[in-house]
Ligand binder design. Structure first.
Ligand SMILES: Cc1cc2nc3c(=O)[nH]c(=O)nc-3n(C[C@H](O)[C@H](O)[C@H](O)COP(=O)(O)OP(=O)(O)OC[C@H]3O[C@@H](n4cnc5c(N)ncnc54)[C@H](O)[C@@H]3O)c2cc1C
Length: 362
């Protein structure tokens, strides 16, 4: 595949003084750094960056197989040039030339329009959307997306854009969308449709509040996809509360017909159970909270302790997502039980009781 290439030429008093800390920093984030013909080469994910000091300038070339990776490269290089500029040195305006130059919507970003809203159960709302060019989101390996939820009273939503300097900019604070992670429940790229299931929870933040008021014609943004999803195994163990139900439901529907295993799903009560498409060899066990608040029970950990595992020869895949406290307990239990040389697992915290997603990095 032909690579997309962009260039920048940035006037700096001492370009080397930026190249060294910039590369050290990106190396801490997994970049491989090498030298070739006087240039320092950064290889991170699927992009490459060439940095060279020339005649009072930092000369940069970025190369990537697709526009999303090229935008990522430009953003990483520009933001770190600014960050690592010696104290007091103002970095001149940076303008990339070549592929993707000018102001652009992030290439991993799509605008979705609500087409249908219906309730799967009293606290699970299924919303269908129309969007263009959805192929990149159709992956069982990367199940979740970031939703950009504009403030409800905004007549015309505003979206993030990459400036010609390669930096991602969000709209001004009063117009900025809230960002929340959700899972694609169903996607049909030919029809241009995507369906997401939203838990209608107490103390609704922007995610649950959007689902509660959504009407056909409403628009939101979607970026991604991300995370890890399905792996091949002889025996599957899926565990999660209702926030994980969209991911578990999607994975079950795409397992081979011969798949074997168990899915434990914690929900409020029997009224929240839903029909799931899955192979005959997967047993579904609903765990009811019987009036306890979400995120306060040990139902999933207890279920894990009671699992009857397959024979020693079988490989296992455990996928689990739940509230943060339960996640920590389950992760500790799984590390003791699973065999690192044979089994794979993904155990993730999907939300924190009493803390909105905005504050989870605090
Ligand atoms: C990778 C990933 C995928 C996810 N996929 C989905 C999905 O497909 N569907 C889905 O519904 N959720 C999903 N979640 C969980 C969802 O992102 C969180 O529940 C998120 O907090 C909801 O945002 P909000 O704006 O409604 O609430 P926030 O503003 O984040 O939080 C407001 C308050 O609500 C509480 N709260 C948040 N979630 C719940 C809950 N489920 N039950 C009770 N109280 C809660 C918080 O503790 C806080 O007190 C996913 C999370 C991750 C990380």
């Amino acid at each position: 595949m032909t690579a997309l290439v962009a260039h920048a030429r940035i006037a700096l008093a001492d370009p080397e003084a930026i190249i060294v800390p910039l590369c050290e920093h990106l190396a801490e984030h997994g970049a491989e750094i090498s030298q070739e013909k006087g240039a320092t080469i950064i290889a991170l994910g699927s992009y490459r960056g060439w940095l060279q000091s020339s005649d009072g300038h930092l000369v940069v070339r970025a190369e990537a197989p697709d526009m999303a990776s090229l935008q990522e490269a430009k953003q990483a290089i520009t933001s770190h040039v600014i960050e690592f500029a010696p104290r007091g040195e103002a970095v001149p305006a940076i303008a990339w030339t070549g592929a993707g130059s000018g102001v652009a919507i992030p290439s991993s970003f799509r605008i979705l329009t609500v087409t249908d809203v219906r309730d799967v159960s009293p606290h699970m709302r299924r919303i269908s959307f129309h969007g263009d060019d959805l192929a990149r989101f159709d992956s069982l390996d990367a199940l979740h997306v970031r939703l950009f939820l504009p403030p409800p009273d905004l007549a015309e939503p505003e979206w993030p854009t990459f400036g010609e300097d390669g930096i991602l900019r969000l709209p001004a604070a009063d117009k900025a969308p809230a960002v929340r992670k959700y899972t694609i429940r169903e996607i049909d790229t030919a029809a241009g449709t995507v369906t997401l299931d939203f838990v209608l929870h107490e103390d609704a933040g922007p995610g649950a509040a959007f689902a509660a008021r959504a009407r056909p014609g409403d628009r939101i943004g979607m970026a991604g996809p991300g995370g890890r999803g399905l792996r091949e195994a002889d025996w599957y163990l899926f565990m999660g509360d209702e926030t994980a139900l969209p991911a578990i439901g999607r994975m079950l529907a795409h397992l081979p017909p011969t798949a074997r295993g168990i899915a434990f799903i914690e929900i409020a009560n029997a009224g929240e159970e839903q029909a799931l498409v899955c192979p005959a060899g997967i047993e579904i066990r609903w765990l009811h909270r019987h009036g306890a608040e979400a995120g306060t029970t040990a139902l999933l950990q207890e279920a894990f302790e009671g699992v009857i595992w397959p024979s020693e020869e079988a490989t296992v895949y455990l996928w689990a997502a739940l509230e943060h406290t339960g996640f920590k307990a389950l992760r500790a239990a799984a590390r003791k039980r699973l065999r690192p040389e044979r089994d794979h697992h993904l155990i993730v915290s999907y939300w924190r009781r009493g803390i909105s997603e905005d504050r989870q990095a605090d």
